[in-house]
Every structure is written in C-alpha cells, then in structure tokens.
Ligand binder design. Structure first.
Ligand SMILES: Cc1ncc(C[n+]2csc(CCOP(=O)(O)OP(=O)(O)O)c2C)c(N)n1
Length: 375
C-alpha cells in the first residue's frame, strides 16, 4: 500500500508543494497527511472542484510550479468547464496533477450515485484528452506512474490524472480539528424529527446527514413519510427543495451541510428571491466535510447567517446548544415563511448511519406519491 508520508516526501522531492481540492473518502488518509504537514499557503481546500482548477492555475502562473488538484470522481462534473476552457492545452495550457478518487470502479460494489460515474470515469478523461495513470497499491509501481505523470504534465504543459481505486493508501488518522460545540449532528437530527408534526416534506443533502436522518426517522417509526435523500449531486439539494416548495403548498424542511452549502453558495439569493412560502433551510455546520474524513471547510470562518441575510432570507437564526435548539423548535419552527437556520455542531459522526434499502427509482416513486397524496 502507499504510505501517505512517503508519497508526500516523494512529491516534495519532485517540487510539488501546493495542494488544492475538495476531499474524498478514498484519498482521506493522504489528504489528512497533507493537512497536518502543509502550511495554509501550501494547502487550500476549495468550495468546489472547479475553483481548485482556478486556484491551481493562478498558483502556476505565479510560481511556474506544478500544482496538485485532488477530487472525488463525482467532482469531474465540476471541473469540466475550467479544465476545457482554462487549463486545456488549447487555451492557457496549465500543467497540473489531478489526483482522483475512483468511486464506483467497475467490479467493486458501490453506492448507486457512484456507479455511472465510476463506469465512465476513464472514458470521460479520455474525451477530455487528459492522460490517465492508474495508481496501484504497490508503492514502487505507483511512484513510477506518478513520475511519468509529472513528466508528461510538465513536458506537454497540460493536466494529467492519477486515478486512485479504493484501498490504496495506508492508514493515517490525522489530528482532530479543534471544535468545542456541544451539539452532535445525529442528536440534532433526532431532536428535529421529534419536534416535527410528521406532515412536512424533508429534503436532505449528500453524505451522512441524509443517512442519519434516514436512521433516526426509522427509529421514530418512520414519522416523516415524505422525504428525499439527495445521495449525490452535492450542493444541489436546496434547489430540489425549492423546486418542490414552489409547486406544492406544504412546509419543506431542507437539511443542508456546510460543505454542500458552500459548494453551491449561489443557491441562496435565488431561493430568497423566489421567497418560497414555507421553507426552512437548516444548515448543520460542523465546520468540516465529515462524511469523507472530516477535512475542514471555511464555514466556521464565515458568518453563514449574515450571508443568508444579505442574500435576502428574511429570518435567520444561529443555534449552538440544545437549549437554543429546543427553544427555536418550539417558538419559531411553525411560523410560516422562509427561514435560514445555522446549527453549529461538533464533528462526531452518528452511531446510526444506515443506508435505505431499495434503489433510487423506488425512493423517487415513494417521494412523488407522497407529494401527490399530500401525506
Ligand atoms: C461534487 C462532489 N464532490 C465531492 C463529493 C464527496 N463528498 C460527499 S459528502 C462530502 C462532504 C459533505 O460535507 P458537508 O456538506 O459539510 O456535510 P458533512 O459530511 O460534514 O455532514 C463530500 C466532499 C461529492 N459527493 N460530490
């Protein structure tokens, strides 16, 4: 297997000292190593993968060096435009290494949202004319491939990809990020379900928020019958919720993550402009991408409520403890209208993160039927 420490040293010797991207679970041990060993100038986690291509380009223009951009293959969708219209050989010809976690690799069982992208990842990179090197578990072989990839990127001044299947990196736990908020995400979700009447529509973002919602709802005898788990399409769940609330006269509760919110921050002013009737946008802000390893976001640095307010949300609330949460649920939750609620939590994962049985076609049918019935 590849040691994160040895890979980091190897890249360092090759003069690669700048890392940017959006985290992925398959790369998490290496990413945690970078996080612990690079300065804040050398490692920048961007809000989405496309921005990482922009940042890497700026870094290259300023230094002449080769940057490394990391991403999950689901983020390929976010980089196609900056890749083809900025970094491409036919435009500004920017050399960079793309370290890509290969979810849904054919032959390895994975979640439904990864299957298609897993199957087309190599072809997609081929169509984009990005050379692909597969990182094998064997460290020696992997370093030879990386060396060739670096030479190709520098020689032809273009992006070159290193594709990383599951189980390639040795374990590296990493230092915990400081966070003293008492609330735990799973507990917050449980409390919210407890307080809901049961006739609301709930839309959940990508990652463990949806899985914890599913599990807590099961534990409460499927109290919420009408819910949608956006298993993929990170950052888009708030607009799924907007599409529902604009066309159905019912209370919609959207459970967002800080990473997802920041990935598509432009969603906020459009939601506010549309001023949906009865829409509660809750962001469970744990300051990190907990679902893929806990790498930090910029969401504790920012003032999410101020951003929502400036975007046009009429009511915004920040909650940081159980008392404030119950107070808000009792006093304000049932007031109709548009609300933005930021709930700050620690990074502890839930104990119950099951995945719903069945498949997306069944889940969509159930969701649409429940919306039709109004139950
Ligand atoms: C476009 C895209 N990039 C990356 C991922 C991988 N991914 C899945 S969940 C997640 C983190 C989500 O973070 P946040 O919204 O803060 O929720 P948390 O996991 O902290 O609850 C990431 C990066 C993805 N699914 N899609």
């Amino acid at each position: 297997m590849i040691s994160p420490a040895r890979l980091y040293d190897f890249l360092n010797k090759k003069n690669i000292v700048f890392y940017t991207g959006v985290p992925d679970s398959l790369l998490q041990h290496f990413l945690k190593y970078i996080q612990d060993h690079s300065s804040s100038d050398e490692h920048i986690i961007t809000a989405n993968e496309g921005l990482a291509i922009g940042l890497a380009s700026g870094y290259h223009f300023a230094t002449g060096r080769l940057p490394l951009v990391y991403l999950q293959n689901s983020g390929l969708g976010n980089i196609i435009n900056p890749l083809t219209s900025l970094a491409d050989k036919e435009v500004y010809s920017v050399p960079m290494l793309l370290l890509i976690g290969w979810r849904g690799k054919p032959g390895i069982k994975d979640e439904p949202q990864h299957v298609k992208m897993g199957r087309i990842t190599k072809e997609l990179l081929d169509v984009l004319e990005v050379p692909v090197y597969l990182l094998e578990e064997n460290e020696e072989a992997a370093f030879i491939s990386i060396n060739e990839a670096i030479e190709e990127a520098l020689c032809y001044r273009k992006p070159v990809a290193l594709l990383v299947p599951p189980g390639v990196f040795e374990n590296y736990e990493g230092k915990a990020i400081e966070n003293h908020y008492p609330l735990v995400r799973e507990q917050v979700i449980k409390t919210i379900i407890t307080q809901l009447k049961g006739d609301e529509t709930v839309v959940c973002t990508t990652g463990k928020i949806g899985r914890e919602f599913y599990e807590q709802n099961e534990l409460q005898q499927k109290k919420i019958t009408n819910y949608f788990l956006s298993i993929g399409a990170m950052g888009h769940a708030s607009h799924i919720a907007l599409g529902v609330t604009k066309n159905k006269n019912r209370k919609v509760v959207m459970l967002d993550g800080d990473g997802a919110l920041f990935m598509q921050m432009g969603a906020l002013p459009v939601i506010a402009q549309q001023a949906p009737g009865d829409f509660i946008h809750i962001v469970i802000n744990n300051g990190c991408h907990e679902s893929v390893g806990g790498q930090p976001t910029a969401a504790f640095f920012a003032d999410c409520c101020a951003i929502a307010k400036a975007s046009g949300y009429s009511k915004t609330v920040q909650i940081i403890n159980e008392k404030e949460l119950t107070q808000w649920l009792q006093d304000d939750f049932f007031i109709p209208g548009l609300q933005f609620v930021e709930i700050r939590t620690n990074q502890l994962p839930g104990k119950n993160t099951g995945r719903p049985a069945g498949n997306p076609a069944d889940w969509k049918r159930d969701f649409m039927e429940a919306l039709q019935k109004g139950n």
